[in-house]
Design a protein around this ligand. Sequence first.
Ligand SMILES: Cc1cc2nc3c(=O)[nH]c(=O)nc-3n(C[C@H](O)[C@H](O)[C@H](O)COP(=O)(O)OP(=O)(O)OC[C@H]3O[C@@H](n4cnc5c(N)ncnc54)[C@H](O)[C@@H]3O)c2cc1C
Length: 414
Amino acid sequence: MKPAADVIIVGGGPAGSTAGIALARRGVRALLLDKKRFPRDKPCGGGIRYGVLRRFPELADHLRRTVALHEIRRVRMESPCGAAVVAELEAPLYLTFRRLEFDAALLDLARALGVEVVEGARVVAIERGADGVAVRSVDGRAFAAPMVIGADGVNSIVARQAGLSDGFTDDALAIDTMEETDLAELAVADTETMYVAYGYKGCPGYGYVFPKRRHVDAGVGFLLSFFKTRLRGTPYDHHRRFLDEATAKGVVSGRSNRGNFKAYRLPLAGPIARTFADRVMVCGDAGGFVNSYTGEGIYYAMVTGQHAGETAAIALEKGDFTEATLSRYEARWRREIGEELADSVRVQRRLFSNPGLADSIIRAAASDARLCRLLARVALGEEALRRRKLEMAWRFFRAALRRRIGRYLSLIAA
Ligand SMILES: Cc1cc2nc3c(=O)[nH]c(=O)nc-3n(C[C@H](O)[C@H](O)[C@H](O)COP(=O)(O)OP(=O)(O)OC[C@H]3O[C@@H](n4cnc5c(N)ncnc54)[C@H](O)[C@@H]3O)c2cc1C
């Protein structure tokens, strides 16, 4: 087959568009296929760490111009027992937006830079051969290129057909709900404060309320294996209950609009064991690049998309599309986000198996303002856990000790 491009990207979400932008900026001919037509929505809370603007300075102006970005300065963090603390920061620590706008803006930029975009092309097969890769869509079209980047989300065809994954098991997935509703219908008490309930109801998961410019996005998520075996009711039942409770706490007011409700899967067990093969790299959800305890995935999708695009450009220069060259992709993402993602898996395991730990941490944060801010900055990706671990542990034990002594003294006094 005659090559349609130098690189084919499957999927036009944040991972695929960022890969396309990286390729186009290096003068590489890229073809991006997506099964949907844009602007399209993606079930999501629509929140990203503020640091994305520093990490991608070349995208910052475009995003600020074309997307209604909303800055968040405060986060109310709640533990399973209902203990809550509000962290307030001088600088914004999170951005919220509608995925409908954000994803379309990134794809538009990729297109403007020269990426050829074919919408309505659902990829069903990829075949790797000695001369290149053939990508086939459900309507019988075929496209060829020396290399493919799989950015096709949690159900990735590319990862499976390249032998990189058998598909995520229930243990490696969460089911997350979301509802993006107009603020006129479902109002938030404070538009600059986001609300996160860690270990919601003592379950392995979380609940969230993210104010946006004109909307609020809220939802609740659980490990899928837990949801299927231990919880009763539909995802909407749990979503509704979470919103009712958030209403009772004064976080939101108004009512849930079922028409805006969606539930979707997201990988929550860290990156897959191998993210490249001959002529193939996978990025974003397709490679499992999601923070295991916060569910943040957009930032990692963009970071891995960029590394995949840049590695593909190097492979083209060398004329070598084998694993030997594409292994650079994995080395690059590991250097930048490997530790962070590995830490998120460890934190998830400890927090999800021990709801009491989240209670103690939030209580400690309530009595130590610096710990509270550090906790918020680490959870929202503005600070690396490893850099702050010792200080956080020390502050946590100091606060816990103070609490114990306080309880002991009040017992004696009584
Ligand atoms: C309810 C919920 C809430 C979330 N909230 C947040 C949040 O607030 N912040 C955050 O950072 N992350 C959040 N996430 C995770 C985040 O949505 C994902 O990590 C992120 O979208 C991954 O980007 P991506 O580009 O890898 O994949 P996607 O955004 O899923 O894009 C994949 C693209 O590939 C296309 N595609 C799929 N299959 C094919 C095919 N066979 N052929 C052609 N095209 C195909 C799709 O149409 C889609 O456009 C949430 C997830 C869920 C489910």
